[in-house]
Design a binder for this molecule. Structure first.
Ligand SMILES: [Zn+2]
Length: 500
C-alpha cells in the first residue's frame, strides 16, 4: 500500500508547491489515486489465476468494525444506525460479486473523540488510521471531513465523510472497492485539468490513456477491459442512457461518453449501480490473497427472522405520559444484538426527537429531555445483529403516546413550559425566561426578593410557541429571587440567584 501513500503525498506537495489550492484535493469526491501494486501483480498473472481457480461462486464474508469519530467533546457522531444502513446497502451492491460484509461480533462499533480526526487533512487521517486500525477486518472510519473528500481508501482502511454517507450514497461501496484493489476507471486523470474537446494525449501522469477501440485496455486506464475509457475526474451527472453528458475524445480523436453505471467512476450516486465482471473477479482474488485474513474468520451466520417485530409494551394506545420522564419498554427479539429506538412527533419518523442504539439485551429506556409537552409522539424499535444488517420493516409496530405535564397543579402549568437561565446569574447581566406556550395569552410577571418585596412587575403577551423574556438584574442586589407568572388559568414560579 505504500504506493498509494506516496501518490497522495506527492499530490499534496505538488499542489502546495504550485499554490493551486488552499486545501489539497478540496471538494473532490474521493481521495484515492494510483493503482495498488497488488493489482499490478494480479493483472499480470490473471490468466493463470483464473485457470487455477476455475469457476468460483463461493460467498466471501468480510468482517468490519465501524469507528465513528466525534470532536473532542464527543459531538457530531454519525448515527450508528445510519452506518448499519450503509453496510446494508454495500451488501446489496456487492451481492453480484458474492461478497457480503458483516460487523465483528462484540466489536461492531467504536467511538473516538478527537477534533483533529473529526475534520482532518491527510496527516490527521494517517494518524487516525494508524492509531486505531484493528487487525483482520475492514476498518471503516466515519468523520465529518475526510481531507476535503467524500471519502478515501488509504493505508488499508477506508475513511468516509458523514455528508456522503446518506441513504443511497455509493461512497461506502466505492471506497471498499478501492480497498479491495479497484482503481478509478479514469486512472491517471485524478486531479488533472483537461479540455475534453481536444483529443486525449497518449499518456497521462505516466499511465497510458485507454482508447475507445479497446486496443490498449489491459495496460491503460484501470487495466480492466470491461470498463470503457473514462477521463472524467470530477463529479458528473448522467443522461438517460446512463452515460456522461460530456463528450470526450480518445488519443485517436474518436468521440465517446463515459459509462455512468460503475460504482468506481465519478458519476452521481444515482447513476451508479454495478461493478463489472473483471472488477468483481479482482476483488474476490484480492480477498483470497492480499486480504485473506478477512475470509479466514468465522462469520456468525445468525439470521433474525424477517417477520420478527419488536413487541412494544408501553406506552402505547395514546397513553398520557410525563413529557420529561418517559420510560419506553419493549420485548426482546431472539438473535438481536442492536435495538434502535426512535421517537418522532410524526408518524413518518421525520424529524426524530430521540434516537439511540442499544447493544445487547436491553428492553427499556427513560427519556428525560427533548420531548415536547402536549404532543402525540410515535415510537418504534428496530433490531439488527452483526450478521443480519438488512432487516425489512414491513410489519414494524409503532407505539403512540401523548406527552403531558402530569405534575402540573393548575391549567397554566399544563399549557406552558418555562426555563430560566443562566442560574445563578451574575448581577448586571439579564436572566432569560424561555416560555413555550400552547396558546397565546396575557400573563403578569413579578420578581420578588427573599423577603417577598416586589422588585419588578410587568404584563406580557405570550405567543403560541417559543417566547424569550429578559429579566434585567441591574437593580437587584446579590441574593435569592422568585419570578412568578400568573393569569386567570393559574401560576408558576421559578427561583434564581443573583451573584456579585
Ligand atoms: Zn475513488
Amino acid at each position: 500500500m505504500r504506493i498509494r501513500q506516496f501518490v497522495i503525498v506527492c499530490i499534496i506537495s505538488c499542489l502546495a508547491a504550485s499554490g493551486m489550492a488552499q486545501t489539497p484535493l478540496a471538494n473532490e469526491w474521493c481521495g484515492y489515486t494510483g493503482k495498488s501494486p497488488w493489482l499490478d501483480w494480479y493483472q499480470l498473472h490473471k490468466s493463470e489465476i483464473v485457470h487455477d481457480r476455475g469457476v468460483d461462486t463461493a460467498w466471501l464474508y468480510v468482517p468490519m468494525t465501524v469507528q465513528i469519530v466525534g470532536d473532542n467533546s464527543g459531538n457530531g457522531y454519525f448515527p450508528f444506525e445510519n452506518a448499519i444502513r450503509s453496510v446494508c446497502e454495500m451488501n446489496e451492491n456487492y451481492a453480484d460479486a458474492h461478497i457480503r460484509f458483516y460487523l465483528v461480533p462484540g466489536d461492531a462499533v467504536r467511538y473516538l473523540n478527537n477534533s483533529a480526526w473529526y475534520k482532518h487533512q491527510y496527516s490527521g487521517g494517517s494518524q487516525l488510521i494508524n492509531q486505531n486500525k484493528l487487525p483482520n477486518r475492514l476498518n471503516a472510519f466515519v468523520v465529518d471531513d475526510p481531507a476535503g473528500n467524500c471519502g478515501y481508501a488509504w493505508q488499508d482502511a477506508i475513511v468516509l465523510g458523514k455528508k456522503c454517507s446518506g441513504a443511497d450514497n455509493t461512497t461506502w461501496s466505492h471506497e471498499a472497492g478501492h480497498h479491495l484493489s479497484l482503481p478509478h476507471p479514469f486512472l491517471g486523470w485524478e486531479g488533472f485539468q483537461w479540455d475534453y474537446s481536444q483529443a486525449a494525449p497518449d499518456e497521462i501522469n505516466g499511465f497510458p490513456v485507454e482508447k475507445t477501440d479497446g486496443s490498449n485496455c489491459y495496460f491503460s486506464g484501470d487495466g480492466f477491459c470491461d470498463t470503457r475509457p473514462d477521463y472524467l475526474n470530477n463529479r458528473w451527472f448522467c443522461n438517460n442512457n446512463k452515460e456522461s453528458n460530456i463528450l470526450q475524445r480518445d488519443p485517436n480523436g474518436i468521440e465517446f461518453r463515459s459509462d455512468a453505471s460503475l460504482f468506481m467512476g465519478y458519476a452521481n450516486d444515482e447513476c451508479a449501480s454495478r461493478f463489472t465482471q473483471e472488477q468483481m473477479e479482482a476483488m474476490r482474488e484480492n480477498l483470497y490473497t492480499e486480504h485473506s485474513a478477512y475470509i479466514a474468520g468465522d462469520p456468525p451466520f445468525s439470521e433474525i427472522d424477517d417477520n420478527a417485530s419488536v413487541a412494544l409494551i408501553s406506552p402505547v394506545d395514546s397513553q398520557n405520559v410525563q413529557y420529561n420522564n418517559v420510560t419506553l419498554q419493549w420485548n426482546l427479539v431472539p438473535g438481536a444484538s442492536f435495538y434502535v429506538v426512535e421517537v418522532s412527533p410524526q408518524a413518518s419518523f421525520s424529524p426524530k426527537v430521540y434516537h439511540q442504539v442499544f447493544t445487547g439485551p436491553v428492553t427499556s429506556t427513560t427519556i428525560t429531555k427533548g420531548l415536547l409537552n402536549n404532543w402525540n409522539m410515535y415510537w418504534r424499535v428496530r433490531v439488527y445483529n452483526e450478521w443480519d444488517i438488512c432487516q425489512p420493516y414491513d410489519n414494524i409496530q409503532v407505539g403512540v403516546f401523548r406527552t403531558k405535564n402530569l405534575t402540573a397543579t393548575n391549567e397554566l402549568e399544563r399549557v406552558v413550559l418555562a426555563e430560566l437561565s443562566p442560574n445563578p446569574v451574575p448581577g448586571g447581566f439579564p436572566a432569560r425566561l424561555d416560555i413555550t406556550s400552547d396558546e397565546s395569552m396575557d400573563v403578569a410577571l413579578l420578581v420578588t426578593d427573599a423577603a417577598g418585596r416586589v422588585c419588578q412587575s410587568q404584563t406580557l403577551r405570550l405567543s403560541t410557541g417559543d417566547n424569550s423574556i429578559e429579566i434585567p438584574t441591574d437593580h437587584l442586589n446579590a441574593g435569592f429571587y422568585v419570578v412568578s407568572v400568573h393569569n386567570e388559568k393559574g401560576s408558576f414560579t421559578k427561583r434564581f440567584v443573583v451573584t456579585e
